[in-house]
Design a protein around this ligand. Structure first.
Ligand SMILES: Cc1cc2nc3c(=O)[nH]c(=O)nc-3n(C[C@H](O)[C@H](O)[C@H](O)COP(=O)(O)OP(=O)(O)OC[C@H]3O[C@@H](n4cnc5c(N)ncnc54)[C@H](O)[C@@H]3O)c2cc1C
Length: 382
């Protein structure tokens, strides 16, 4: 407890601040961030802070991370979602689990989470400067900011998914190229007229899962699209996505047409899909004024294809729209027992700066709490 080592934490988001919390009584801890501490938590979960996902089985939990699955197995065995609840309770934050297993503070307030963390960080120095370079010296590191130079024995990078990679690459740390994830697509098709319309329980042929999609002025978004963007984060654009818009209850189209013979096709379709979308579909299929009994075999096949194999051509992700970054510090060069670099001793990583990212549902913050704890525990026990 003699504070014999000085530790710099670059980045005061959820990962950096959790490290700071656990290290403050053992080391001389300084957090560098131009933002105020825990600022990035404020926008999470639409302001409600979906801080974790209630899944006690690590084998199941890790399946929600397209990158990091194997690495996290040992990390979660040391610090699980229930340990996060204990950490929150220790900080004075009460929590609850929603029916879909997502976890939130009882107050539904990311602001409360931030305030309670800040209260818990009274042994930590905050330097409001951007770190622009890091150099290895004989027995530690020199951190350079725009105005000063500092020396530290140990340095933790918790810079998130958007910056810091060039500095690390200069030090010889292997980086997996960062890509946007949990993000909407810009599409070749113009869905501008449908902007705001959502389709529920749509089945994605690409990831073999169902969910909701929302049309936007630029293309498509929504929970299912976010998940697809995560799974396909490293696929080359453009690519075609295929959706079954009505997986159940629309297989025997002839019977449905017969039953509704005097109705307009678009009216019949609106029993299954939003009216506005059916108007769009009827126009695309050239059957705006057609009644069900007027549909011949060829048109019937076209309708079936439109509904069951709805194609969208993704040409890019929405610029700056990502929730997380895929890629980051290559996990092959990080020790999962203490998050130390295998390339540069005394340099550590936690949170989104690592090549770890999960789906929506609290998985990304859980990565922050868990990797930060394992890192701190490793340092405290050294
Ligand atoms: C809109 C939105 C909503 C989200 N909602 C959720 C949610 O509900 N649940 C969930 O699990 N995840 C959510 N996420 C993802 C989650 O917020 C991130 O995964 C998490 O914040 C990553 O934490 P971090 O500490 O690793 O990095 P960050 O939160 O990105 O923090 C990094 C910090 O480092 C600082 N920094 C960077 N470079 C430097 C430098 N050179 N010098 C000094 N400081 C530096 C930055 O200013 C920043 O404060 C959401 C993300 C977004 C964008």
């Amino acid at each position: 407890m003699g504070q014999e080592f000085s530790v710099a934490i670059v980045g005061g988001g959820p990962a950096g601040c959790t490290c700071a919390y656990y290290l403050q009584n053992h080391f001389d801890v300084t957090v560098f961030d131009t933002n105020s501490l825990m600022f990035t938590i404020l926008k999470t979960g639409g302001g409600r802070c979906n801080f974790s996902y209630n899944e006690p089985d690590f084998r199941e939990l890790v399946k929600n991370y397209p990158r990091g699955e194997k690495f996290l197995y040992s990390v979660f065995s040391k610090f699980s979602p229930s340990d996060t609840v204990d950490l929150f309770n220790e900080l004075g934050i009460e929590t609850y689990t929603q029916s879909d297993n997502r976890m939130f503070p009882k107050s539904d307030s990311a602001k409360e989470v931030r305030e309670k963390f800040l209260k818990g960080l009274n042994g930590v120095k905050h330097v409001k400067e951007k770190v622009i370079d890091i150099e290895k010296s004989d027995n530690g590191f020199i951190l350079k900011t725009e105005s000063s130079k500092y020396f530290f024995d140990k340095v933790i990078f918790a810079t998130g998914g958007h910056s810091g990679f060039e500095m690390l690459e200069k030090l010889g740390i292997p980086i997996v190229s960062p890509k946007p994830s949990l993000v909407g697509y810009v599409t070749e098709e113009n869905f501008g007229d449908l902007a705001g319309i959502s389709l529920t329980d749509v089945y994605s042929e690409d990831i073999k899962q169902a969910g909701d999609i929302i049309f936007t002025h630029k293309g498509v978004s929504g929970p299912l699209i976010y998940k697809i963007s995560s799974v396909k984060a490293y696929d080359e654009f453009p690519y075609l996505l295929s959706f079954d818009l009505i997986k159940d209850g629309f297989s025997d189209i002839q019977t449905i047409l017969d039953k509704n013979s005097q109705k307009l096709v678009k009216t019949m379709l609106s029993e299954f899909l939003p009216k506005h979308f059916c108007d769009y579909a009827a126009e695309k299929l050239g059957i705006t004024d057609k009644k069900c009994h007027e549909i011949n075999r060829v048109k019937r096949e076209e309708i079936s294809k439109f509904v069951h194999k709805f194609k969208v051509k993704a040409i890019s992700t929405v610029k700056d729209g990502e929730t997380v970054t895929a890629g980051g510090v290559d996990l092959d060069y990080v020790n999962p027992k203490n998050m130390e670099s295998k390339v540069v001793p005394n340099l550590y990583f936690c949170g989104e700066v690592l090549n770890i990212d999960g789906f929506c549902g609290g998985f990304n913050l859980q990565n922050c709490w868990s990797t930060a704890y394992v890192l701190s525990d490793g340092l405290n026990c050294k």
